[in-house]
Design a protein around this ligand. Sequence first.
Ligand code: SF4
Ligand code: FES
Length: 216
Amino acid sequence: MERKIRQYEGEGIVVEFEAVRCIHAEECIHSLPEVFDAKARPWIQPGDTSAAAIADVVRRCPTGALHYRHTAGGAAEEPPGENTLRVMPDGPLYLAGRLRLHLPDGDVREETRMALCRCGDSNNKPFCDNTHLEKNFSDPGIAVEHLMGPKGDSADGALTVKLAPNGPILLAGPLRVVTADDGSTEGGKGAFCRCGSSGSKPYCDGSHAVAGFLAD
Ligand code: SF4
Ligand code: FES
């Protein structure tokens, strides 16, 4: 998958921005408006804001649209200690942690944050692109029952993220699922709906086959 990543240089830091993954959650704009300003051009202006302050805000971007590189020393972003999947009401699945994403073209990416489409309509699958707003995707993000395999482990603590062709998101590795009512459960394996049709959201119940969901 070819990626278009813009770079913005500041004092000891370069901010990288992948526009197709930004869904305007606005964490950055609210946290550091002197650097992230949607009305300014360019919209990211690190100026003389400290690298530490910028890195701190970048790490809060839930979609992974923002990343950073220190250019004058400083540690690279470390994944949080726990892998989490947060179910957003009427919106995507936010994943955070040590994430190993296997893309349909064979590419394997190490990620720390991403927003995965669960409405079925994103034009940038597997990532959310906010199409759920246009399509009025509606789901409170609360699980009636949790359908997870037993608490998992992996050699380096990574969560493997795979995409079943025309089917669900398959997660394997240590994981905590947090629903919109702040309910949470731990597990090691789960199939999560990405077609929008499951009757057991956020989990897959096989409805993608009936719905004729098509995705690599
Ligand atoms: S925090 Fe990330 S997803 Fe939200 S507006 Fe900023 S770049 Fe976009
Ligand atoms: S959940 Fe956002 S585009 Fe599908």
